[in-house]
Ligand binder design. Structure first.
Ligand code: SPD
Length: 428
C-alpha cells in the first residue's frame, strides 16, 4: 500500500459471465467470501440478497474494508468493487472472481482512496477500539435476505429461504426445485409455486387422505393422480384396509427430487401395495376401466402448465366413470381467496357431474400457500358422504396410533363448515 493513500479501490466490470451463476445467491456469496479469504482478508460478515426473478446484491465486510457486487444475470454482467487498505492485494480477489463467474471479458479501474495529502490526522487513538472489535467479530456469521415468492398479479406469499438450492432441474413440464426456507425447512417448488414444505406438509397430506378414507371405511383400491412428492400415498397407505394404490405422476423429476431431498414426505414409495407410474394422469384416467376405484385423489398443482387439464370437465367425467358406485373423488381445490375463479369453476364442474349436493368442499389451513386458506373438493358418486360419518371412535384411535398432527375427529366435520362468502362462490 502506497503511503500516499489510505486505501485502494478497484471497480470491475465482469461481462459475459455464466447467467446461472449470476442468479445463484448462495454461489455468489461463497465466491465473494472465498475471494476475500484468498486475498488473505479477514472476513467480518456478509449479507446477500436475491431479487425475484433475477439479480443478486451483496457485501462482504472485511477487516480491510469491503467487497461488493450487483449482478444482472439476464446480461451475464456483474458490477464488483473491492476496497482494501493495508497490505491486502485486491487483484487476487479479482482473479478468483473472474474464474468463478466464468467472465469472458472484463474491465477494471483502480484508484487510490483517502489521499493523505488532503487529510489532517488527529490524535484519536484507535488501538483500543480495534481490540474491542476483535472480541465480537464472528467470521462465520453471514446474513442473507433471500425470498421465494408465490404470487399472482395482486397477491403474494413470500418465504425467506437460506439461498441454498438442493435441486434445480428444468424438466419437460416445469422447473423443479428443492430450496430451504428458514421457517418451514426444505420445500418443493414447481415453477414459482410452493408445493410443500417439510414443516407444514402434514396439513395438506392428512386432509387429502383421511376424511374420505374414514367415510369409505373399507376402501381397497385407490388411484392417485399427481402427488409426486409422495405425501398423499404415505397417508393413504397408513390404512391397513388398502390393498392397492396406483399413483400416476407426469413428472419423474419431481419424484426424484423428493426421494433425494424430502425423504420424510417421500416415505412410502417402497410399499409393495403401491404401483408407481410416471405418465400423463389425464390420459391414464381416460383409458381406465369403468367402476374400479373406491377412491380417486387428484393431487395436482395449480391450473397452469401441466396441471391445467386437471381442471377440465372431460377429466372429471372420466374420474366419475372409473369410480365404483359408492366411490369418492377428492381433488386439490385451490383457494377461495387466492384464486376464487378456479375454485368456483371446479365446484361447478363437480356439481354438474356428481350432482349439486354431492360436491362438498373442505377448507383447511396451509401457512405456506398464498392467503393460507385452501380447499379440497369432493365428488360423491353414491351414498358415502364425509359430512355424515359416525365412526368417530375409530378416527380417534387412528389419530392417536399414527400420531397425526392436523386431522382429528373434530376437524373431520369442521372442514366442511364454510364461511358465507365461500357458500356464495359455489352457490350451495
Ligand atoms: N398452490 C399449491 C397447490 C397445491 C398443489 N399440490 C401440492 C402437492 C402436495 N402433495
Amino acid at each position: 500500500m502506497s503511503s500516499t493513500a489510505l486505501g485502494n479501490h478497484i471497480l470491475v466490470e465482469f461481462m459475459n459471465c455464466d447467467p446461472h451463476v449470476m442468479n445463484d445467491v448462495a454461489a455468489i456469496e461463497r465466491d465473494m467470501v472465498g475471494a476475500a479469504r484468498k486475498a488473505e482478508a479477514t472476513v467480518i460478515n456478509s449479507t446477500f440478497h436475491h431479487f425475484s426473478p433475477y439479480g443478486v446484491s451483496g457485501v462482504v465486510v472485511i477487516q480491510e474494508s469491503h467487497l461488493a457486487i450487483h449482478t444482472w444475470p439476464e446480461y451475464g454482467y456483474a458490477a464488483v468493487d473491492v476496497f482494501t487498505c493495508g497490505d491486502m492485494n485486491a487483484w487476487i480477489a479479482f482473479d478468483h472472481l473472474k474464474e468463478c463467474f466464468g467472465a469472458k471479458s472484463y474491465s477494471a479501474i483502480e484508484m487510490k482512496r483517502g489521499s493523505v495529502n488532503l487529510l489532517t490526522r488527529n490524535d484519536f487513538d484507535i488501538t483500543s477500539a480495534r481490540e474491542k472489535a476483535a472480541e465480537w467479530r464472528n467470521p462465520d456469521f453471514y446474513t442473507r435476505n433471500v425470498w421465494f415468492t408465490d404470487k399472482d398479479e395482486d397477491q403474494a406469499l413470500s418465504l425467506r429461504f437460506t439461498g441454498d438450492v438442493f435441486f434445480d432441474v428444468q424438466s419437460p413440464f416445469q422447473r423443479v426445485r428443492i430450496l430451504e426456507s428458514t421457517k418451514y425447512g426444505k420445500m418443493l417448488a414447481l415453477d414459482d409455486m410452493v408445493m410443500t414444505t417439510i414443516k407444514d406438509e402434514f396439513h395438506y397430506h392428512e386432509m387429502i387422505a383421511h376424511p374420505s378414507l374414514f367415510t369409505l371405511q373399507n376402501a381397497k383400491n385407490v388411484l392417485v393422480i399427481g402427488g409426486g412428492d409422495g405425501g398423499t400415498v404415505r397417508e393413504v397407505l397408513r390404512h391397513s384396509n388398502i390393498e392397492k394404490v396406483t399413483m400416476v405422476e407426469i413428472d419423474g423429476e419431481v419424484i426424484k427430487a423428493c426421494k433425494e431431498h424430502l425423504p420424510e414426505i417421500a416415505a412410502a414409495f417402497d410399499d409393495p401395495r403401491l404401483e408407481l407410474i410416471v405418465d400423463d394422469g389425464i390420459a391414464f384416467v381416460k383409458s381406465a376401466a369403468d367402476a374400479v376405484y373406491d377412491l380417486l385423489i387428484v393431487d395436482g398443482s395449480d391450473p397452469v402448465g401441466p396441471a391445467e387439464g386437471l381442471f377440465s370437465v372431460e377429466f372429471y367425467q372420466n374420474c366419475y366413470r372409473t369410480l365404483k358406485a359408492d366411490g369418492i373423488l377428492v381433488a386439490q381445490g385451490e383457494s377461495p381467496k387466492f384464486n376464487e375463479k378456479a375454485f368456483a369453476e371446479l365446484n361447478q364442474t363437480l356439481q354438474s357431474i356428481f350432482g349439486q349436493d354431492n360436491a362438498p368442499v373442505g377448507l383447511f389451513f396451509v401457512p405456506t400457500y398464498p392467503t393460507g386458506m385452501w380447499s379440497f373438493q369432493y365428488g360423491l358418486k353414491g351414498a358415502a358422504d364425509p359430512r355424515k360419518v359416525s365412526n368417530t371412535e375409530a378416527i380417534k384411535s387412528f389419530v392417536a396410533e399414527k400420531g397425526l398432527r392436523y386431522y382429528n375427529e373434530d376437524i373431520h366435520f369442521s372442514t366442511f363448515a364454510l364461511p358465507n362468502f365461500v357458500k356464495q362462490l359455489i352457490q350451495q
